[in-house]
Structure formats: structure tokens, C-alpha cells
Design a binder for this molecule. Structure first.
Ligand code: 5AD
Ligand code: SF4
Length: 449
């Protein structure tokens, strides 16, 4: 009997950690179907793009990739090799059928709530000889149907605990692409976390578009908060670190703040997007909080955990933003002090309210404001890292570095740190003396015992 070559898939992930998590789950499901991964497009029998719709640039990148993929598909067809092209993720959810019109080489369009049907749909595309578009919100739990065992590629693993968003910020596509808020039950998350730890994870990052709105069912059928969930996961032996993202200021409850003081495994880092420091703009964004409320919230969090590192997202050039509004954002940044941050030019997204607002801001003005904002944020990031210089921090090593004998890990504050050492450090935690601090990373040496 001749064994046929196993089928190969090529999987490219765009966007946020939720997509990274979904891609890992798809990869696990495909492995179960006998597929192996390839990084060479022309060897792939199945190509999946797991896409992001959050800003126009991310979405457009998908179409330029699809153009290249079509060429490869045509070339492979000449050799008698079939290629199934699938578009997953938020562009799939938002654009559906339109994708196959714009790029007919696409065989399958599959939204984030339908991934448990991936193997079946792939099989159908090869017999259907027509496009399949699957972007329903079936309302059932996709997670439960994705039964393949968890693998870990890094000691830091992602675990999605919540999906969707009910906040409807006026700039954001997430409530449309990911749907209404849904929280996974505690028992399911606990079981998955244990599997991950068994497979070698030492840190788990709990993911959700609005993760601190988590309210999953606990073991007694009551509603558990994110703080309850974290307290439970902290009981898992071998799980050294717990993180969560992304949080909304309005859902930063007292028990979650207290968890930062009480649960040693919960790392002193918080990604808490504020978007703008102008109350006028915050109201137009439908953020449901003011600049002063955010600053007060930060003070309460710092009271519980004084050394906590704060991170945020910012949007510049939201419709109607004036120079004064942009200055208000700089003032907020100076009042808070961030360890790191992401900042973006406002990108009008089809179907969102802000795309139709008056006062769209000129791109040149957006660029100018972004540069100014980033200069302030970058100076804060450098200052934050400089505080670590000369100190000793516990580092969880996640991977080997580029240099021989170099390992890369993270401090509790999520700072990237490079350490040269003998032996194998990946998956271990060790105290490191910080001897160099740059804006994006630290360097250090293992502390003498
Ligand atoms: N334009 C620019 N940035 C956006 N974000 C979300 N939607 C948009 C948009 N239309 C940013 C927000 C959010 C992050 C994930 O992406 O800052 O927190
Ligand atoms: Fe989008 Fe976050 Fe606002 Fe939800 S809370 S609409 S995910 S920016």
C-alpha cells in the first residue's frame, strides 16, 4: 500500500491575540485531520488567511495577499494540484460574499463563530465546486466543538474566555464582526487551562475583546466574574503567571482591582485602552467614561498594586478632533504615565457610526498628531524601562534569541528581556539583574543564587 503525501496547509494570521488563539485552534483541528503545516505557499493544498477588519490597512492587506495566492493557485492547477483558499476572521465576517466577488480564487469564507465546522466545510469546497460562505452567528458554543487537544508552542499560552462586545464604540467594527458578548463557562476554561499547563504552559493570557466584562457560569450555575475566574485558575499547580486582555475602563470592577493586590500569580500589568483624553471626543466615541474617571480609576488600581504597568490604545484624528482635543490626550498621558501603548490614526470603517460623522480629519493632520503622541508615549516607555535598570526581576523565558546562547523572556511588567546564559532556560523562571534598558527591551544576566 502506498501512503499518500499528507496534505499541507499554509495559515497566516493578521490582527489581535484572539485571532492568534483561533489560528492555534484551527491548526490543532487540521493536525487531527492529518494536515501538516507549511510555510511555503506553493506547497499548500489549503491556504487560510485569518484576517482583521479593525482598520482599513489591515483589511486591504488581505486583498493584496489574495492576489498573490490566486497566482500560486493558478500555477499549481497547471501541475494538476488543487488549492483550497479560505478567508477566515473578521474580514470574512464583515464582507462575506463580497470577498469571493472581489477575489474569485477564494473557495471558502468562514466567520469566527464557525471554526468548529472548518474540516467539514473544507471537504465540501472540494466537492461543491462553488464558493461557500459561512458567517452565521449560530449562538452555540464553537469552543466545545473544537475538541482537538491543546498544544503549546510557547510557555506563554493564549486562552480565549470571552468573545464579542456590547460596548459599541462608534469607531469600532468588533460588535459587528464578533457579535454580542459571550463568556465561556468556568469549568471549560479551567479544563483547558489545565491541559495547557500539562502541555508546558507556565503563563496563561486570558483573552477577550472585552475580557473584564467576563461573566461566565461557575460550577454552581451562578455567574462568575473575571476576578473569580482568575482566583480559580490561580489554584492550578505549575501555572506561575496569569494575565488578561483587553479591558474596558467601565468594567474594571472592585473585585478585579483587589485581585491585583491579592493574587500573586496575577501579573502587575494592565492593558486598559482609553482612546482619547478629551471628554468631547470620548462622548462622540461612546466610550461611556470621561478622562477624569479614567485617571481616578488608575489611581484606585495603583492603590491596590502600586507598581502596576499600564498600557493603552489611542486613536488620533477621530472625527471632530481639534488641536485642543489632541492636547487633552497628551495631558492625560502625562497625568497617567504609561509603560507602553499602541496608537493609531482613526480609520473610518464601513457600517460604524463614526464613519458618517461630520468633521473627518485630514490625513496630514492625523499623521502630525500621531507623531507628537508617539513621541510622548515612547519617552514614557523608555523612562519606565529605565526604572528597572540595576534591579532584579523574575523572568519567564519564552524562547531562544537570535544570538547563540541568548534567551528571550518577559518580566512581570511584560517587558521583553534578553539574557545570555548556558543551558536551556525556555519554560523556566529565573531572577535576572537588569544591566541595560532600551525603549523596547531590556538586557540582563541571571542573578547569582
Ligand atoms: N480606527 C483606528 N483605530 C481603531 N481601533 C479600533 N477601531 C479603530 C478605527 N476605526 C483601535 C482602538 C482599539 C484597538 C484594538 O484598535 O484603539 O482599542
Ligand atoms: Fe471595540 Fe473595544 Fe469599544 Fe468593544 S470596547 S466597541 S471592542 S473598542
Amino acid at each position: 500500500m502506498t501512503q499518500s503525501e499528507p496534505k499541507a496547509y499554509y495559515l497566516k494570521t493578521f490582527g489581535c491575540q484572539m485571532n492568534v488563539y483561533d489560528s492555534e485552534r484551527m491548526a490543532e483541528a487540521l493536525a487531527r485531520q492529518g494536515y501538516r503545516e507549511t510555510t511555503e505557499l506553493d506547497r499548500a493544498d489549503l491556504v487560510i488567511l485569518n484576517t482583521c477588519h479593525i482598520r482599513e490597512k489591515a483589511a486591504e492587506k488581505v486583498y493584496s495577499d489574495l492576489g498573490r495566492i490566486r497566482d500560486v493557485k493558478i500555477a499549481r492547477a497547471k501541475d494538476g494540484r488543487e488549492t483550497v483558499v479560505a478567508v477566515a476572521g473578521c474580514v470574512a465576517q464583515a464582507e462575506g460574499e463580497e470577498i469571493t466577488t472581489r477575489q474569485p480564487a477564494v473557495d471558502l469564507v468562514i466567520g469566527p463563530q464557525s471554526y468548529h465546522r472548518l474540516p467539514e466545510l473544507i471537504a465540501r469546497t472540494t466537492t461543491a465546486r462553488t464558493h461557500i460562505v459561512e458567517t452565521e452567528f449560530p449562538g452555540e458554543e464553537k469552543f466545545a466543538r473544537m475538541k482537538a487537544p491543546r498544544r503549546v508552542s510557547s510557555p506563554s499560552a493564549f486562552l480565549t474566555v470571552q468573545e464579542g462586545c456590547d460596548k459599541f464604540c462608534t469607531f469600532c467594527v468588533v460588535p459587528y464582526t464578533r457579535g454580542a458578548e459571550f463568556s465561556r463557562p468556568v469549568a471549560k476554561i479551567d479544563a483547558e487551562a489545565r491541559e495547557l499547563v500539562e502541555a508546558g504552559a507556565r503563563e496563561i493570557v486570558l483573552l477577550g475583546q472585552n475580557v473584564n466584562a467576563y461573566h461566565g457560569e461557575d460550577l454552581r450555575g451562578r455567574s462568575a466574574s473575571l476576578a473569580d475566574l482568575i482566583a480559580r485558575l490561580a489554584r492550578i499547580a505549575g501555572l506561575e503567571r496569569i494575565r488578561y486582555m483587553t479591558s474596558h475602563p467601565r468594567d474594571m470592577s472592585d473585585d478585579l482591582i483587589a485581585a491585583h493586590a491579592d493574587i500573586p500569580q496575577l501579573m502587575p500589568f494592565l492593558h486598559l485602552p482609553v482612546q482619547s483624553g478629551s471628554d468631547r471626543i470620548l462622548a462622540k466615541m461612546n466610550r461611556k467614561h470621561t478622562a477624569a474617571e479614567y485617571i481616578d480609576l488608575v489611581a484606585r488600581i495603583r492603590k491596590a498594586r502600586p507598581d502596576i504597568a499600564l498600557s493603552s490604545d489611542f486613536i488620533v484624528g477621530f472625527p471632530g478632533e481639534t488641536d485642543q482635543d489632541a492636547e487633552d490626550t497628551i495631558d492625560l498621558i502625562e497625568a497617567v504615565g504609561f509603560a507602553q501603548a499602541f496608537s493609531f490614526k482613526y480609520s473610518p470603517r464601513p457600517g460604524t457610526p463614526a464613519a458618517g460623522h461630520d468633521g473627518q480629519v485630514d490625513d496630514a493632520v492625523k499623521s502630525e498628531r500621531l507623531l507628537r503622541l508617539q513621541a510622548v508615549l515612547e519617552a514614557q516607555q523608555l523612562a519606565f524601562n529605565a526604572q528597572s535598570l540595576g534591579g532584579v526581576l523574575p523572568v519567564l523565558f519564552e524562547r531562544k534569541g537570535r544570538e547563540p546562547g541568548e534567551f528571550v523572556g518577559r518580566t512581570p511588567y511584560l517587558q521583553l528581556i534578553r539574557v545570555a546564559a548556558d543551558g536551556e532556560l525556555v519554560g523556566t523562571t529565573a531572577d535576572v539583574v537588569v544591566n541595560d534598558a532600551r525603549r523596547v527591551s531590556l538586557s540582563g544576566v541571571i542573578a547569582e543564587a
